[in-house]
Design a protein around this ligand. Structure first.
Ligand code: KE4
Length: 435
């Protein structure tokens, strides 16, 4: 596909004069893969189109929210209806209660919920609540997991931080980082050792139940239950960061899939129906410590924004359709199997590693297995970049980083899969040349 890029290049140069790096979120800048990011004009269904009128099959899905595809009719209708009654009031509304009811009905461990405007806010607030509830300061997080950009968690972070090679950001005060204790993903022994070395000092273990910010890394058998047991033994709270996995890997989230109940859960992305939303929730006895009922302060001008709540409600209604996740699983499996066959055909089947849970997957350019950030970091990022750019040139829009997920929506069609797998044959061949 001969991609035209003139307009994007001009627009991105213009953007870079006023927006740092030309973006409002670092991973979008293509730093890890090189080149100029397409400047997007529109996205409908599974298709995303740039201002040079190149159209791509989209597997970024806005980094997770667009599980129904873009501009999904029920969601657009809900937003249009909502904004005709004003866009924000700073007051209680019935629609936020309705979304709260839908979330607590979907995820058993969530008895009460608080809406915020981003995943970062959700995690930051949940951890403050855990610290306020337990009276403890320390938090255990996994190397390579990403929990938003609040100070405590820009320590060995994944996603954009890992992509840019700054997993521990300048500007984070030593004190803020000092209470963040690091452990490798899937390392139960490491968690136990830290808990024993810091008796009665750890407020929470914070984990992505399926890691989506170092590429996709699955919890090993017994890992999540092991965290649950260790937290119970040490009176430490277990926080599942389900900002990506919530409503993506199943209607009950990863906790529903793996059958492990955390004390607190953070959500985002999908629950906002592509509008800015985050949420945290969990046991009522813990949530009651939150202002205005309890003393742990948290607030937000646009929290529970009516249009975003309406978009989230419309989205969750679609996800409850009979067979929704079965269809998503089927097409996601088709893509993964086809991609693996394409890698084998390109002669690098034994040099790449595919990880997948439902509609979130990742091809690592390392033989694997990839079970934590150290093994993910062994990926050949040059090969990934060659693969990425060939896919883009062939009309497939992926996240510009080895440390992100490939996300499938219900809008993806068999024709999209065919195009994707044909592109993958060329992309793996391009990667093979640098491996
Ligand atoms: P936001 O503040 O970006 O809404 O959410 C932060 C966050 C929290 N927890 C998890 C598990 C997350 O994945 C995220 C954000 N995800 C990344 C993509 N992997 C956001 C993309 C970006 O930074 O532009």
């Amino acid at each position: 596909m001969s991609r035209r890029t003139e307009k994007s290049e001009t627009a991105f140069k213009q953007a870079s004069k006023v927006l740092v790096g030309g973006v409002n979120s670092p991973v979008r800048a293509f730093a890890a893969v090189g080149g100029t990011p397409p400047v997007i004009a529109k996205a409908i269904g599974s298709q995303i189109t740039d201002i040079d009128d190149n159209t791509y099959v989209d597997y970024v899905c806005g980094y997770g929210p667009a599980i129904l595809g873009h501009a999904s009719e029920p969601v657009v209708t809900a937003i249009n209806k909502a904004v005709r009654h004003g866009t924000t009031y700073g007051a209680p509304t019935e629609v936020e209660t309705k979304l709260g009811v839908a979330i607590t009905a979907a995820i058993e461990s969530i008895e009460m919920v608080r809406f915020v405007s981003s995943g970062t806010e959700a995690v930051m607030s949940a951890v403050r609540l855990a610290r306020g509830t337990t009276g403890r300061d320390k938090v255990i997080k996994c190397v390579g997991c990403y929990h938003g950009h609040s100070d405590s968690f820009l320590v060995a972070a994944g996603s954009g931080a890992a992509t840019l090679g700054t997993p521990s950001s300048p500007g984070v005060p030593t004190g803020a980082a000092a209470d963040t204790l690091l452990v490798d993903y899937n390392d139960l022994g490491g968690v136990e050792a830290i808990l024993k070395a810091n008796p009665q000092q750890v407020a929470a273990v914070l984990v992505e139940p399926v890691a989506g910010n170092m590429g996709v890394v699955l919890p090993e058998a017994g890992y999540l239950q092991g965290l649950r047991d260790l937290c119970d033994q040490h009176d430490t709270l277990l926080i599942f960061d389900e900002v990506i996995t919530g409503f993506r890997v199943g209607y009950g989230g990863a906790q529903g899939l793996y059958g492990v109940k955390p004390d607190l859960t953070t959500l985002g992305k999908i629950i906002g129906g592509c509008m800015p939303v985050g949420a945290f929730g969990g046991r009522a006895d813990i949530m009651q410590n939150l202002a205005p009922v309890g003393d742990v302060y948290q607030a937000g001008t646009l929290s529970g924004n009516p249009a975003a709540m309406a978009a989230g409600l419309a989205t969750l209604a679609e996800l409850r359709a009979e067979g929704f996740y079965d269809r998503l699983e089927a097409i996601s499996g088709q893509i993964a199997v086809g991609m693996q066959a394409a890698a084998i055909e390109a002669g690098i089947g034994d040099k790449v590693c595919f990880n997948r849970v439902g509609a979130m997957m990742c091809c690592f350019f390392t033989p694997g297995p990839v079970t934590d950030f150290a093994s993910a970091s062994r990926s050949n990022t040059q090969a990934h970049a060659a693969y990425f750019h060939t896919m883009l040139d062939e009309g497939v829009y992926l996240a510009p980083s080895q440390f992100e997920a490939m996300l499938v929506s219900s809008a993806h069609t068999d024709a999209d899969v065919d195009l994707t797998l044909n592109a993958a044959k060329l992309a793996f061949a391009a990667a093979a040349k640098v491996m």
